[in-house]
Write a protein that binds this ligand. Structure first.
Ligand SMILES: [Zn+2]
Ligand SMILES: [Zn+2]
Ligand SMILES: [Zn+2]
Length: 326
């Protein structure tokens, strides 16, 4: 049996408009949260910082989103960091194995594939242009030369090696660390979790569209809304709207299969307590037959839409028909 799409409650994550805006942009612009190394040597998620603001702990926010299965890790790389300061922007240098000088130059042995001449690469340099020192032909393409060996030559003690030691210099205090000391740290990119996608499209795109439509019809709209019922309990609704003493309660139910009666019953329980004039339950992709049988008995208007694209128009029709018949 296929698990239903997770129902994400209108939690703190959604009540924060910046968090909603960030997820909305990831969806509509189809982008990942990509890590970049900033001028401060730290890992940054620029889009998240831009939308959430610099004072927000972006990594903590991402962690919560991953825990809620709203975001997921899309890719991971291990990057070199200073073990003391966790900066990811060290300067890398070649160090002489003998005298530890950092003056080594790179040399390579190059063969001219046309004439077979082999020599030090510096010999191919003729006043800034490449030319074979043997046959005198100019070198125009990379594949005319074949590198047959590379080594590093210390300018201090003249010793040569093909396997030099690398040293890293941290920008924080210019201290050195070696390949043995360095820290390798995973930096990850994140995407919206497919499992949460349908639900997010509804919360982030559909609910605002419904709210805008109702506002256009002259309603005073809350979305998401917390409404106190006659019992005193507070219920959460996707959209709640008021106009001239007339009230509308709206809930969107999204599933991977036709929405079952439990969604109708749960919504009816809220509507029974809140007593709106109109209670509309939107079901995507459809309502199950059992759910439809409950519709009339519970006084809930069901709106079905396969992918959500026709929801705004259909809800508007339901409300206009109600106004005409009133
Ligand atoms: Zn450091
Ligand atoms: Zn040396
Ligand atoms: Zn040649």
């Amino acid at each position: 049996m296929q698990a239903p799409a997770p129902r994400i409650e209108a939690t703190r994550l959604y009540s924060d408009p910046n968090a909603r805006e960030l997820l909305r942009r990831m969806l509509t612009e189809n982008v990942l949260l990509e890590p970049v190394i900033g001028g401060d040597g730290r890992v940054h998620y620029l889009l998240a910082e831009e939308v959430l603001g610099l004072e927000v702990d972006v990594k903590g926010w991402i962690g919560e989103m991953v825990e809620q299965a709203i975001l997921r890790k899309a890719s991971s790389r291990q990057v070199i960091m200073c073990p003391a300061h966790m900066r990811a922007d060290p300067m890398v240098m070649v160090e002489c194995l003998k005298c530890r000088s950092k003056t080594s130059v790179k040399r390579s042995l190059v063969e001219h594939t046309y004439c077979g001449y082999i020599g030090d690469d510096s010999r191919f340099d003729k006043n800034g242009t490449l030319q074979c020192p043997n046959c005198g032909r100019p070198i125009r393409a990379q594949n005319e030369l074949r590198v047959s060996g590379v080594w590093y030559e210390c300018q201090n003690c003249l010793s040569k090696t093909s396997t030099p030691r690398l040293v890293f210099v941290c920008k924080e205090g210019n201290h050195e660390f070696s390949t043995a000391d360095l820290a390798l740290v995973a930096i990850d990119a994140y995407s919206v979790n497919e499992k949460a996608l349908v639900e997010l499209r509804n919360t982030l795109l559909l609910d605002p569209e419904l709210a805008a439509m109702l506002t256009g019809m002259g309603y005073e709209v809350s979305a998401p809304a917390k409404v106190q019922g006659q019992s005193g309990s507070v219920h959460s609704l996707d959209v709640y709207a008021k106009k001239d003493g007339e009230t509308v309660a709206l809930q969107v139910a999204v599933d991977t299969k036709p929405v079952d009666p439990s969604a109708v019953i749960a919504f009816f329980a809220k509507a029974f307590d809140i007593k709106p004039n109109r209670a509309v339950l939107v079901t995507i992709p459809a309502a199950s037959e059992d759910a439809k049988r409950l519709e009339t008995g519970y006084g809930v208007s069901l709106v079905e839409d396969f992918d959500g694209s026709g929801v705004v128009r259909k809800v508007k029709e339901v409300l206009e028909a109600a106004t005409r018949s009133a």
